[in-house]
Write a protein that binds this ligand. Structure first.
Ligand code: HEC
Ligand code: HEC
Ligand code: HEC
Ligand code: HEC
Ligand code: HEC
Ligand code: HEC
Length: 451
């Protein structure tokens, strides 16, 4: 009878523990699933954006004054130049562009995109206010975009506003430009997280109350039983039994569990550190001369290609020789100790020993002209806000996944490039529902990047 009591109470205790564990586990899985959905949403949202763009000319033609071709061109230009900081209906790094042509005229937008710093310096009230509002970030200049390019981007932006107001259609997903998807997913996971958190806390409290009550009952029972004289030896033994920690410590089950957990943690750490091998995102070496891109490319608006002369023409972007520096520094800041280092290098006929920042492994082939000249991808998309960097650092991860993701999502810049005419025709004939991306052209085939 008494053994039965002690058995029931320990069984109940065990049950309580199991319940606590399983509810904790349930919460974990809930978070993981929502996270999974978030990731899926983000990419799924990005793809229809491309497909939907040409489908929305009717609304846009009136509002933005563009036609389908301009909108399609604007879509590609926006993706390559603006999408890292802007979305149409959502604030990202910069403001949401929805309604921009109602706030500002195209005559304001064009000089703004060409050179925001100049518009701000010119004292434009609206621009100054906007700049102060986004004080931490300044929009880079896009002198290379033509007036027509900017008008196309605005036509696309306007077309996306129309789509968004149209109701919950498939095209509506177009406004879900990656960031939006992620944001929506994040808020969904926050609500689910909040709900399970409350549930978990309630469960834990209930279980704790149960445990304490049971412990009290068990103790009371023991006290009652101890007072009784008619117990035989075996019952007394059970009654006097105390929890033996050394036995738990020696038990093979316990050792097994500890061993497995330890091995698991070790394996996880190992995998993490192996995955990080060769990843140099954020690498920012000290350079032999305190050369600042902020002064040159930012404040003084010197074109990237003035120094990196081969970036539109060749596989590699070159680092300028000291002669290029001398075009200006034979006159400018000649007394500066940093500039004197350039003179010294020239006198000694030795190149300046710049430390290389970006470095893909030899097994991968990357070509600048293919991306900058043919693809029209902006430097800042891959290298980040170089114009604001005092010291250059590696902005992107430069992993294979980074290359491939962009190839899957970027529409090919086929405008005015006869090389692609036939391919576009073939693609439209066979599968016009899927946008013509870099990967449609084989941009994810191993041999394009490995040789
Ligand atoms: C590196 C981030 C970044 C990129 C890239 C970028 N912008 Fe901006 N943009 C901003 C920020 C930040 C602002 C707010 C003003 C400021 O602080 O300079 C802004 C403001 C604007 C505004 C004014 C918005 C308003 O509500 O009045 C327009 C229009 C604009 N950007 C268009 C573009 C276009 C078009 C492109 C692509 C060609 C582009 N931006 C690329 C960051 C960026
Ligand atoms: C006045 C000349 C000059 C201009 C203009 C200039 N750069 Fe540079 N750039 C350099 C020099 C010198 C280095 C090497 C020193 C360093 O890393 O800071 C360099 C380094 C770099 C690097 C890192 C190279 C590496 O080692 O991996 C990148 C990326 C880069 N520049 C991009 C740009 C972009 C984008 C622009 C235009 C917005 C630009 N540069 C404009 C002179 C210039
Ligand atoms: C197109 C003209 C131009 C070229 C080319 C140029 N610079 Fe400059 N540089 C400037 C200007 C303008 C300043 C700002 C001067 C000032 O602050 O008054 C400057 C400032 C500097 C400074 C800061 C000096 C100080 O003590 O404040 C350094 C260092 C520098 N440049 C290095 C270089 C190097 C290295 C190169 C070659 C890779 C180079 N520059 C190429 C125009 C140029
Ligand atoms: C599609 C992404 C992408 C774009 C766009 C891009 N770069 Fe790069 N850049 C890279 C990668 C990747 C490397 C590393 C290449 C390597 O190690 O072989 C690199 C390296 C460099 C270097 C170091 C020298 C070299 O070639 O290894 C410079 C300088 C540079 N980029 C400047 C620029 C400038 C200026 C622009 C714009 C005109 C630009 N890049 C546009 C991805 C890009
Ligand atoms: C920001 C987007 C972006 C990133 C990041 C990017 N690419 Fe690309 N890539 C493009 C675009 C756009 C094209 C198509 C250019 C054109 O019109 O041919 C392209 C084309 C290519 C091609 C030629 C494909 C063909 O079909 O002929 C190769 C090879 C390539 N990229 C390699 C790389 C490698 C290697 C990396 C990573 C180190 C990389 N790319 C990162 C956008 C990107
Ligand atoms: C768009 C360009 C691109 C394509 C397509 C591509 N790769 Fe890569 N791959 C890269 C780059 C860039 C790296 C170097 C990444 C790094 O240093 O982390 C790389 C690295 C690798 C590595 C070495 C991994 C490591 O950690 O060192 C292997 C293996 C590889 N790729 C296999 C493949 C296979 C197989 C395919 C075809 C299914 C493929 N790649 C397609 C760009 C590409």
């Amino acid at each position: 009878m008494n053994t039965l009591f002690s058995r029931t109470s320990s069984w109940l205790l065990g049950l309580c523990l199991a319940l606590t564990m399983s509810s904790a586990l349930a919460q974990q899985t809930a978070t993981v699933t929502t996270k999974g959905v978030t990731g899926g949403d983000a990419t799924a949202g990005a793809t229809p954006a491309v497909a939907a763009a040409p489908a929305a000319p009717a609304g846009a033609a009136g509002a933005g004054g563009g036609d389908a071709a301009a909108i399609a061109a604007g879509d590609a230009l926006f993706k390559n130049n603006c999408s890292q900081c802007h979305a149409v209906n959502e604030k990202v790094v910069g403001p949401a562009l929805s309604g921009i042509l109602k706030r500002r005229t195209i005559g304001w937008v064009i000089p703004w995109v060409h050179n925001p710093a100049k518009v701000i310096a010119g004292g434009d009230e609206y621009a100054v206010k906007l700049y102060n509002e986004y004080a931490k970030q300044q929009m880079p200049a896009f002198p290379q975009l033509s007036d027509k390019d900017i008008t196309s981007i605005m036509a696309w932006v306007t077309s996306q506003e129309g789509v968004a107001a149209g109701g919950p259609t498939v095209a509506n997903a177009a406004k879900t430009d990656g960031q939006d998807g992620a944001a929506a997913g994040a808020s969904a996971s926050a609500t689910t997280g909040g709900y399970t958190d409350v549930l978990l806390i309630v469960l834990v409290v209930v279980l704790l109350v149960l445990v304490v009550t049971l412990a009290i009952i068990a103790n009371l029972m023991k006290d009652v039983l101890k007072g009784r004289k008619d117990l035989d030896g075996r019952d007394r033994e059970v009654l006097e039994q105390r929890f033996d920690w050394t036995r738990l410590y020696k038990s093979p089950v316990m050792r097994g569990v500890v061993g497995v957990v330890f091995a698991g943690v070790l394996l996880y750490q190992g995998v993490q550190s192996v995955m990080a091998v060769g990843l140099t995102q954020g690498y920012m070496p000290t350079q032999p001369i305190a050369f600042s891109h902020k002064i040159h490319a930012g404040e003084n608006q010197i074109n990237c290609a003035y120094c990196h002369t081969s970036v539109y023409k060749a596989k590699s972007a070159n680092i300028p020789s000291a002669n290029i520096c001398m075009n200006c520094h034979s006159q400018i800041k000649t007394e500066s100790p940093e500039i004197k280092k350039i003179y010294r290098a020239i006198e000694r006929k030795q190149p300046i020993q710049w430390v290389r920042v970006h470095n893909l492994p030899d097994l991968a082939y990357f070509n600048h002209s293919q991306h900058t000249q043919v693809g029209g991808v902006q430097c800042t998309t891959c290298h980040g806000p170089i114009q604001n960097m005092e010291v250059v650092y590696q902005y992107s991860s430069l992993t294979m996944g980074w290359c491939i993701n962009c190839h899957r999502e970027s529409p090919l810049n086929t405008k005015g490039n006869a090389y692609y005419d036939n391919l576009v025709k073939l693609h439209d004939k066979s599968n016009s529902a899927v946008p013509f991306t870099v990967s449609s052209n084989g941009g994810t085939e191993c041999s394009k990047c490995h040789y």
